[in-house]
Design a protein around this ligand. Sequence first.
Ligand code: V47
Length: 376
Amino acid sequence: MKWLRDQTLAPIVDKVEAGERLTFEDGLRLFHTRDLNALMRLANLRKERMHGDKVFFVHSMRLEFTNVCYVGCAFCAFAAHKDEDRAWDYSPDEVVEQVRRRYLPGITELHMSSGHHPNHKWEYYPAMVRQLREAFPDLQVKAFTAAEIEHLSKISKKPTLEVLRELKDAGLSAMPGGGAEIFADRVRKQVAKNKVKADKWLQIHREAHSLGMRTNATMLYGHIETLEERLDHMDRLRKVQDETGGFHAFIPLAFQPLGNTLAQNLGKTDFTTGLDDLRNLAVARIYLDNFPHIKGYWVMIGSELTQVSLDWGVSDIDGTIQEEHIAHAAGATSPMALSEEGMIRMIQHAGRTPVLRDAYYNELQTFSMRETEAAD
Ligand code: V47
């Protein structure tokens, strides 16, 4: 293989070309290779076999209904104590009002994740979902990370499966992938010691899948984890996906290093580097052969790099969002929102075909090149 600078990748190239699964050792080799061109080609091959040149995005709204949280994760700059000036906490009526205030025609997905509030009763949560669905019947509510579901299980004294069932009955459409952080114990103990344990996070997603609910999975990288721990994280997800097939997307979340204790303790104010972000996305695309989508999250890696990532295995770039506070509290320099036109242009200028999707990944509209030329 003349184009291969790192000849030790040859057996991996054979496997990817044959559509075969990589071993853990193969994954590590990909993480450590300096042949980034090969990595990009392999990720793109996997991606194009699944989706051709399509890239998916959603017209979405983010809403964090409270930033009050008692968990104290070391990477978090978003959480506030309930008596702080910067704390907010919306009632279900106020949540509906916030959505009404920001609502734009065409929005299909409302993505909500928030803090673990110390005082809200269980009833607050299904009431919020129910009121939202009554006020906006066409809005698909993607909400509550597995960490939040565990919290709801504690306050309601109901098993997590029952919590999920009742939220689904109230109208919950899908679950976001947050709260996964890094599964490896060594890291989890240091960055998220009071949060849902790794096995429980995975179990809650299994349970959601068993109810027919689709979910996502994230990985917060670029802090104290090793490359082996990143791959271990992906490996645990690949195993669950083999069992259930219920994950839509894997979303690497680049560590935003400002205003949190992890950054202060590490003396670290650097963001992840562009090539680390791309490498991570590419390894994910190649290794997670059973995940339909790898998502490039423009809020955390910027829209410019997200556009480049479309050659590195990314088939989904999340949504228009409108307002985001978790990453921005920790120093994200991306804008708060992108327009639908901006997302379409970003994808088309990368030579790909934008597909507007909803929270269930139904394809709502495809924007062919001809339409862009007409629009430009
Ligand atoms: O759970 C918190 C992470 C998550 C920081 O499912 C941080 O479609 C980096 O889960 N640096 C919330 N990450 C965001 C999230 C998400 C985002 C986009 C799409 C989807 C989806 C889910 O953000 C938290 C936590 O893991 N996080 N602080 C930080 N300083």
